[in-house]
Write a protein that binds this ligand. Sequence first.
Ligand code: SAM
Length: 281
Amino acid sequence: MIKNYENSLREIIKEYNIKPKKKLGQNFLHDKNIISSIINNVNVKDEDIIEIGPGPGILTENILKNKARSLLVIEKDDSFEVNLKKIKNKYKDNFIYLINDVIDFDFNKLKKKEYKIVSNLPYNISVPFILKMIKIRRVISWKDMVLMVQKEVAERITAEIGTKNYGRLSIMVNLNNDVEKLLNVKPSSFIPKPKVDSTVIKISPKNKNLNINEEIFEKIVKICFSQRRKKIKNNLDQLNTNTSLLLELSNIDPDIRAENINIEGFLRISKNYEKLTKENL
Ligand code: SAM
């Protein structure tokens, strides 16, 4: 029979007098099936893992019980320090906790290892966190990330070209990663219940050499989607360059909208923009 963690979670909440903080996205996961599925999809055995936002630590202890080689957790809320210390006492050799805001955290400080990243992400930081991790692949080379996010965020990440969800997030994540939707999770799997459904996704780097300046690419994508309803040529006019020439060289129809341009199209615009700026055109 599958043991559920609902009672254990209620006990932890009572023992440590935890009052879930909405502004830190504190919806704690107790559903054993979902936790097992996350652990299996990460495949934690003998791996170096980073978990963001361990909170009461149920997922955390499961990662350790399933024989991760090492586990580093980063938690913003210092009221969880008491229970994280207790976990540390049990797993002295391979568990480290840091009380830190992951958005400000400098990943340069970490030992150079190939980490796997796991998190039931707090809703308010899911997008900035994912964008940060994609940018810092040059600093720490993570193997893959298994993340619980709001269903709507998962839909934006996996959106098809030409749909209303297709935008900067879809492009930045899919530029050099494969994305897989693993499972949908109902509010009843959490305490307290969130108002929205969640989805567990897996992001795995493709490690292709794109041969681009990623900062320029990001700038171009941001400008192109700054006003979604506008034609691409009008959005690109914000750049100090010859827009018609840029689009002609990139083989993009100036009258279409950003939502109808695929990643290869953005790559061409970005590379040609770099070229034109160098040549001062
Ligand atoms: N891992 C636990 C679970 O699955 O039940 C808790 C998940 S809860 C959705 C999100 C956790 O992230 C909370 O413990 C919260 O305090 C923490 N958190 C929120 N913002 C954070 C930030 N900026 N940096 C690190 N942790 C954060």
